[in-house]
Design a protein around this ligand. Structure first.
Ligand code: UTP
Length: 293
């Protein structure tokens, strides 16, 4: 059973400067909730309980958010505003939060390796919180976890992007083994224009088997001088099996201004204004109860 979810959140968020100069990108609110809280909700919905966060300098707000604020609780206790804290209180009660610092930002692969002491020798999920994923039915991580239970290997979430966008992503190619599922044969990080092996781009959701840590350790810095998870995953794909899953749902790139605005508009119209359509805590609790049983 996958219980642990890693949130690499040590990056500088340079595309969103100056907002991210002193505020973690993951704490930027989409309507009234920080980005990382959407990711944690998705992980809980998939039955995960251990949230492991890779932080860096200036990221204290992340830790404070998933902790009790007694002064605030006391201040609003018994008022109409108390209900605004219901969701976050429930998250704090449902999941545990542990943190580790990445002291040098050497890339996503390095951030994942930094999380190893929190993960141990278990398969685990990875959420890049600036990719906000929504689905009316099962969340993306829950879809991926179901596939993991069937295939027992690393899985990356992919979506089709226009050819003009492939240079921003890791791009895979492979053999389709069933609807929306591919066995990865090749993987290129941010391919030059016209050289992408397909239009299937990796987004910020992964399930990784723990042998990935050794493979990252053996990985030299790649594109941009960073240790790329894509390079380690390609080694895993060559020696074993990595799947790419075209998920059901929508993903917003909240690391870019345009994606962030789109996510805000979507969440305002479909979640904030229709709270009954988005009561994740109830369904999450059911998933957890079912798994425990
Ligand atoms: P990004 O490249 O999208 O994030 O990394 P960034 O560096 O924060 O943003 P820009 O490109 O400068 O605007 C993908 C994810 O990996 C994490 C980031 O926090 C983000 O969630 N990351 C990246 C780390 O934790 N450590 C790193 O060294 C690099």
């Amino acid at each position: 059973m996958i219980k642990k979810c890693l949130f690499p959140a040590a990056g500088y968020g340079t595309r969103f400067l100056p907002a991210t100069k002193s505020m973690p990108k993951e704490m930027m609110p989409v309507v009234n909730k920080p980005l990382i809280e959407y990711g944690v909700e998705e992980a809980i919905q998939a039955g995960m309980t251990d949230m492991c966060v890779v932080t860096g300098r200036g990221k204290h707000a992340l830790m404070d958010h998933f902790d009790k604020n007694y002064e605030l609780e006391h201040q609003i206790s018994g008022t109409s505003k108390e209900s605004l804290l219901t969701d976050i209180r429930s998250l704090i009660d449902t999941a545990s939060f542990t943190y580790i610092r990445q002291s040098e930002m050497k890339g996503l692969g390095h951030a994942i390796l930094t999380g190893r002491p929190l993960i141990g020798d278990n398969p685990f999920a990875v959420v890049l919180a600036d990719d906000l994923c929504v689905n009316t039915d099962r969340g993306v991580l829950a879809q991926m976890k179901a596939l993991y239970n069937q295939f027992r290997c690393s899985i990356v979430a992919v979506q089709e992007v226009p050819e003009s966008e492939t240079h921003k992503y890791g791009v895979i190619s492979g053999e389709m083994i069933k609807d929306d599922l591919f066995r990865v044969e090749d993987m290129v990080e941010k391919p030059e224009a016209g050289t992408a092996p397909s239009n299937l781009a990796i987004i910020g959701r992964y399930i990784l088997t723990p042998d990935i840590f050794e493979l990252i350790e053996q990985t030299e810095p790649g594109k941009g001088g960073e240790i790329q998870i894509t390079d380690a995953l390609l080694k895993q794909a060559k020696s074993g099996c990595v799947l790419a899953y075209k998920f059901k749902g929508q993903r917003f790139d909240c690391g870019s201004v345009e994606g962030y605005i789109e996510a805000t508009n979507y969440c305002y119209a479909n979640i904030y204004k229709q709270p009954s359509a988005a009561t994740p805590q109830k369904t999450e609790q059911k998933v957890l109860e079912a798994e425990v049983a």
